[in-house]
Design a binder for this molecule. Structure first.
Ligand SMILES: [Cu+2]
Length: 343
């Protein structure tokens, strides 16, 4: 009996303090991604994909991330949201915390996942080009040690990263991202409608959408037919969660919302800033998706009646796989011949 008591104490102690060391490797690659039916774009891509791979860890974990720069320009990674308590040299800001990672070099970041919630990572070199229009961003989800009761009811996770693109600089590394350049494409997870994907649900689902403002624009996401319960801002639980059917996401911001899927049908879920639902100036395009309930027939006139479905477009499948780093083949770009670089 005494021994069992000791076991219980030890089990409780390890459950409370359990933290893992998680060691990942990432590369930065020059690839071309397919942003819209009429737009291919040269990017600097984490592990060759835009958005970058999902990093999913638990609050308190120790992270070691080896980053190898296989591109022709210098970069860093800033872990947006982490406090870097006692590890400020890992904050990823060139000229402030480190020298940039030069082409061909590897840099290792070591830090604790000390802030829970919806975070993201991005380059901090020449940010307005590399982050603004060149795809250098990815999601980092840190599960809290003490989730809210409502978080435990979630049946499906959806991650949406917003960004803008400038078609005139699609082929020109080292250019673009200034206030004088025209942003004419807008995307969710790197794709402009109709290349985005539906959010497929069934009645009774509790969907958590994590909005991440990865680009330089504001996005006003509007959920037809459903209210969103806004529960977290920048990873932190709100003292007073509130309902909204439009949520404004600014650059760098994150909002977590919970949507109860209680209204079977088919509903558009779109950016309410008119120019953000265009592509090269033409409607419809840009930041649009559609909530599709199971069992709703798809009439032939439905815009996505015959769509090839990618269940991991919003990282929903990756989020089910526990902790680690998760690449997504559907976000992968095509390699660019090095000799053509720097056009
Ligand atoms: Cu960069």
């Amino acid at each position: 009996m005494k021994r069992f008591g000791l076991f219980l104490v030890l089990a409780l102690f390890s459950a409370l303090t359990w933290a893992e060391t998680r060691e990942f490797s990432m590369t930065i690659e020059e690839v071309k991604v397919h942003v819209a039916p009429d737009l291919d774009y040269k990017v600097f891509a984490f592990d060759g994909q835009v958005p970058g791979p999902l990093i999913h860890v638990r609050e308190g974990d120790d992270l070691i991330v080896h980053v190898t720069n296989n591109t022709g320009l210098p970069h860093t990674i800033h872990w947006h949201g982490t406090y870097q308590t006692g590890t400020w040299q890992n904050d990823g800001v060139p000229g402030v915390t480190q020298e940039p990672i030069q082409p061909g070099d590897t840099f290792t970041y070591k830090f604790k996942a000390d802030k829970p919630g919806t975070l993201w990572y991005h380059c901090h070199v020449n940010v307005n080009e590399h982050v603004g229009i060149r795809g250098m961003w990815g999601p980092m989800i840190v599960d809290p040690r003490k989730p809210l009761p409502i978080e435990k009811t979630v049946t499906k996770d959806v991650i949406m990263m917003f960004s803008g693109w400038e078609s005139q600089d699609a082929e020109k590394y080292g250019h673009g991202g200034t206030p004088y350049d025209v942003t004419d494409y807008f995307t969710i997870n790197g794709k402009s409608f109709p290349m985005t994907q539906p959010i497929r649900v069934k009645k009774g689902d509790v969907v958590r959408v994590r909005f991440i403002g990865a680009g330089g624009e504001f996005h006003e996401m509007h959920s037809h037919g459903h209210d969103m319960l806004v529960t977290h801002k920048d990873g932190l639980p709100l003292p007073n969660p509130y309902y909204a059917d439009t949520v404004l996401i600014g650059p760098g911001e994150r909002y977590d919302v919970i949507i109860r899927m209680n209204n079977p049908g088919r509903f558009i879920f779109h950016d309410h800033i008119d120019r953000h639902v265009t592509a090269r100036g033409k409607f419809p395009g840009g930041a649009i998706t559609i909530i599709e309930y199971d069992g709703i027939p798809k009439e032939p006139w439905y815009v996505w009646a015959n769509k090839d479905y990618d269940p991991n477009f919003f990282y929903s499948e990756s989020m089910k796989q526990g902790y680690g780093i998760f690449t997504s083949p559907s976000f992968a770009g095509e390699p660019i011949e090095r000799r053509h670089r720097g056009q």
